[in-house]
Design a protein around this ligand. Structure first.
Ligand code: LLP
Length: 463
């Protein structure tokens, strides 16, 4: 797109030579549906609304920064996953993406199961009424306390991650007079096309036992001998924010390969396989994620084909989406505090949050989009960097974004697709007070996780 198509844009042209900067969107006021939750739109005054509520009023009532989560969208996504996989499969929502008691209740009502990976997540799930048999406990180094609570409460499965843990779980279960259902987590050697820190199927990493070289088969051998365990299946999770189904297909093929080996060696057909989570979402309009039904169709086909070839009954399949359910359902609302133009460089737009409410840009170089939501503007595009208020130059919320050139202190900006791994990875860095999570539904808003207060900080500071 030529520069003249976007007249009032002198600043972005200064940053990169003509033809080397991304074209600004044709309409800065437009909201690309792919990145916003389903009930987001602009009203007749040009103010963005969610669930029928306008962001200026939401900011007045709940303050900024704050996460606004669209309950109808969350439930619709749960149902889409349930329906895509059908009654012969289980969908475990990955609580690490975002968990609260309200979320647990929605999951329970929508027929989803829950993957937890710490004592805190387990306690939240149980407290909010998720039946224990619908909970799976994960983690590469679960504590004795975590395993004990899970066993005593009767969780549906523990996903075992090491040889030591097999023995530990067996011992705890025996002591409790129980036989614990377990899966063994394996690494299948697939390189997922995602950030190194969130890819988990290659062998040189802390999770799982490699199929290659026989450690996974050895874990099965040992598990079958331990009285306190009922080995029900094999688990694989290949990584996160993945856009194509090919990695999952390879994983499915290799996991079924292990089931065949187990059948041949022990005469046992393990009844379950879990292929983990990891389906990507759209953070920017350039992202093109797969829908749940696409992944369900691809996985079912490959599992059925491989099982038929191996002469195995098709095992019960489960998956563990986190981001793909909650990620697109929320945005973070910020207020602009300062706008600093550095001539010949770029414009820094500072907001009232930052890396304490969204660490993903700093940690993974993640891309986000951003929009001016408290009003529309007819100003031309300005290449901006949206930054937080923390004492670090890496405190970036959105690295490169076009905002209207008249963006000013007091304007509200919203960053979409922040439902996953933002509140759940939020910190108190610089003694920031973590923002609330506000749920919107049918023209009403309610807080499900309240804003932290200074009292909350002092409560832990007992020195
Ligand atoms: N199952 C297991 C065993 C996992 O380890 C994970 C994520 C999931 C399911 C859910 O993956 P999802 O569908 O949400 O991609 N903090 C990183 C993501 C770390 C994911 C860790 N495990 C991020 O912000 O991108």
């Amino acid at each position: 797109m030529s520069r003249s198509a976007h007249p009032a844009g002198p600043r972005y042209a200064d940053v990169l030579p003509e033809g080397h900067y991304p074209a600004p969107p044709a309409d800065l006021n437009a909201l690309e549906p792919r990145v916003w939750s389903r009930t987001v739109s602009r009203n007749a005054d040009g103010v963005v609304t969610v669930g029928g509520l306008d962001v200026n009023r939401l900011a007045e009532e709940f303050g900024t920064p704050a996460y606004f989560l669209d309950e109808d969208d969350f439930r619709a996504r749960c149902r889409a996953w349930r329906e895509a996989f059908g009654p012969d499969a289980d969908v475990f929502y990955a609580g690490k993406a975002f968990l609260s008691r309200a979320v647990v209740r929605w999951l329970t009502e929508e027929g989803l199961n829950l993957d937890v990976c710490s004592g805190g997540e387990l306690a939240t799930a149980l407290d909010a009424g998720m039946p224990a048999e619908r909970i799976a406990l994960h983690g590469n180094n679960k504590s004795v306390e975590e395993i004990t609570r899970a066993v005593e409460e009767g969780v549906g499965r523990i996903v075992v991650d090491s040889f030591q843990e097999l023995v530990r779980v067996a011992h705890i279960a025996q002591r409790a007079g129980k036989r614990q259902r377990v899966q063994i987590r394996v690494t299948v050697g697939v390189e997922a096309h995602t950030h190194e820190f969130i890819a988990t199927a290659h062998e040189d990493q802390k999770f799982g036992l490699p199929l290659a070289g026989g450690q996974a088969a050895e874990a099965v051998r040992r598990a079958l001998k331990l009285d306190g365990l009922e080995l029900v299946g094999i688990h694989s999770h290949i990584g996160s924010q993945i856009f194509d189904t090919s990695g999952f297909e390879v994983a499915a093929r290799r996991v079924v390969g292990l089931l065949r080996e187990v059948r041949d060696e022990h005469g046992v057909e393990l009844p379950e396989i879990d292929l983990g989570g990891g389906l990507g979402i759209a953070y920017t309009p350039d992202d093109d994620p797969r829908e749940p039904h696409e992944i369900a169709t691809a996985l079912r086909a490959i599992v059925e084909r491989e099982c038929a070839a191996a002469g195995l009954a098709v095992p019960r399949l489960s998956v563990e989406p986190g981001r793909a359910i909650v990620g697109p359902t929320a945005f973070t609302l910020y207020e602009v505090g300062t706008v600093k133009e550095l001539p010949g460089l770029r414009t820094y737009v500072s907001v009232d949050g930052g890396m304490s409410d969204n660490i993903r840009t700093a940690l993974y170089d993640a891309d986000y989009s951003v929009a001016l939501v408290s009003r529309t503007s007819t100003a031309g595009p300005m290449l901006s960097r949206v930054v937080g208020k923390h004492c670090e130059s890496g405190d970036i919320v959105v690295r490169d974004a076009f905002l209207p050139a008249d963006v000013a202190p007091g304007d509200l900006l919203a960053v979409p697709a922040t439902g996953a791994y933002c509140r759940s990875m939020a910190s108190n860095y610089n003694h920031a007070l973590r923002p609330p999570v506000v749920v919107v539904k049918d023209g009403a808003a309610r807080v499900i996780v309240r804003r932290e207060t200074e009292e909350d900080l002092f409560r832990l500071d007992v020195g």
